[in-house]
Ligand binder design. Structure first.
Ligand code: S3P
Length: 432
């Protein structure tokens, strides 16, 4: 059966942000209207952009251009969205005269921001942390930054994107270096808009680095873009097709196929999962797409165990809980290592993944940066789990519940609206 997967969260954020920074009117077709992306849209409205959403879910953004953004009357509220807060910190810090308090919900306020505000500070940004911790709330006094030549020690698309967006608002020639591997949607979007960015690869002490070089020589006008479906959302349906006795085939169309995002599906395919990948085309987009056909394992074969190292982690960073669930069905022990960053997501996702899967009888162990999952699991059992409002864990718990085959006690389920507003309806649709 075909499962309707919502639009990609990372791309929707970027489309809204580039539309909010453009001078003129932009049209974003089939964006994700989940809570996180709506936070980005609301923040842009607070800065003076106008936006409307039509009956088909197409969003139009009218902006005076980032240089004309106005200081907001109320603190910019990023809700639960790390991508909203981190990506927008770059341009907000680089617009002279702008004065912005920035806040978020309790979970976002605990997430680390100082490693980004320090990088921006080194380029002359004036950002004040208003609490004792590392996170929000912050107060930004926008200034013209000095040319950006920064070296980001971790492979983080959010930090890289924030620095690139700051560079777009700052005169001169800029470079942003990170260990290779994190999603490159910001760079691709800049090329799609016809602006000047190129990426250079270098190797130091066996680590591959990528440096985005940005020549800030022009502003951009309104544009129109189509957003493909989110591979991180499609991932939840794969274990149902592969391992649930009553689900023979699941098809997901128009799924973003950027290699920095396909690690989950690539791992399953490399481990013997019967998944067909058919190339598709999406015309008005910076990104390529595919159609996944996920079949059931026939009785004679099963998933091979796999070993994911730190170089591959960025390509599946948001899929680790559901990948660990798949590993529970593999014929042997799988490992996923180099994942300390998982402790800084919407929850401590490393510990929470262990709690969830072990509650259902899966043999899973964690060290400070590794998960070890011993498959195959003899029998899944009914479990209890509090999602702590982490949307990806809530969806993982719902899939696990279907695989258990009996109702389980999962609390704080509604947070799925952050990235997949019709998740439970879509899931029930697979079984009717
Ligand atoms: C994102 C980057 C990743 C990812 C997050 C979305 C983005 O975070 O986990 O869900 O859109 O840039 P990091 O940059 O912290 O790895």
């Amino acid at each position: 059966m075909k499962v309707k997967i919502p639009a990609d969260k990372s791309l929707t954020h970027r489309a809204f942000i580039f539309a909010g920074m453009a001078e003129g009117e932009s049209t974003i077709q089939t964006p994700l209207l989940g809570e996180d992306c709506l936070s980005t849209l609301k923040v842009l409205q607070q800065l003076g952009c106008e936006s409307t959403t039509d009956g088909n879910g197409t969003v139009t953004v009218l902006s005076p251009g980032y240089a004309q953004w106005k200081s907001p009357a109320q603190p910019l509220d990023c809700g639960n969205s790390g991508t909203t807060a981190r990506l927008l910190l770059g341009p907000l810090a680089a617009i002279p005269g702008l004065r912005c308090p920035v806040m978020g919900d309790a979970s976002l306020s605990r997430r680390p921001m100082r490693r980004l505000t320090d990088l921006l500070g080194a380029c002359g940004a004036a950002i004040q942390h208003e609490s004792e911790g590392d996170g929000l709330p912050l107060f930004i006094q926008g200034k013209t930054l000095s040319p950006i030549n920064c070296d980001i020690p971790i492979s983080s698309a959010q930090m890289k994107s924030a620095m690139i967006l700051a560079a777009l608002c700052t005169p001169g020639y800029h470079s942003v270096r990170t260990p290779k591997g994190s999603r490159d949607h910001t760079e691709k979007f800049i090329q799609f808009l016809g602006l000047d960015i190129k990426t250079e690869l270098t190797i130091t002490k066996n680590i591959i680095y990528e440096t985005a070089c940005i020549n800030n020589d022009k502003k951009w006008g309104g544009f129109s873009v189509d957003i493909p479906s989110d591979p991180s959302s499609a991932a939840f349906f794969a274990p149902l097709a592969l391992f649930h006795p009553k689900v023979p085939l699941i098809e997901c169309e128009n799924v973003l196929s950027n290699p920095t995002r396909t690690g989950f599906f690539d791992t399953l395919i490399d481990s013997g999962a019967p998944i067909e990948v058919v190339e598709e085309t999406l015309r008005n987009s910076p990104e390529s797409v595919v159609h996944y056909r996920i079949h059931a394992f026939d009785g004679s074969r099963s998933l091979n165990p796999f070993h994911i190292g730190p170089d591959k982690v960025p390509t599946l960073i948001d899929e680790i809980p559901i990948l660990a669930l798949c590993a529970a069905f593999a014929n042997g022990t799988s490992t996923i290592s180099g994942i300390t960053e998982l402790r800084h997501k919407e929850s401590d996702r490393l510990s929470q993944t262990v709690r969830l899967l072990s509650a259902a009888g899966i043999k899973i162990l964690a060290s400070h940066d590794e998960l070890v999952i011993h498959g195959p699991t003899a029998r899944l059992g009914v479990f209890e789990f509090d999602t702590q409002n982490d949307h990806r864990l809530a969806m993982c718990a719902a899939i696990l519940e279907k695989l258990v085959g009996s109702p389980c006690n999962v609390t704080n389920r509604n947070c799925v609206d952050i990235s997949f507003p019709k998740f439970y309806e879509t899931l029930e649709g697979v079984f009717t």
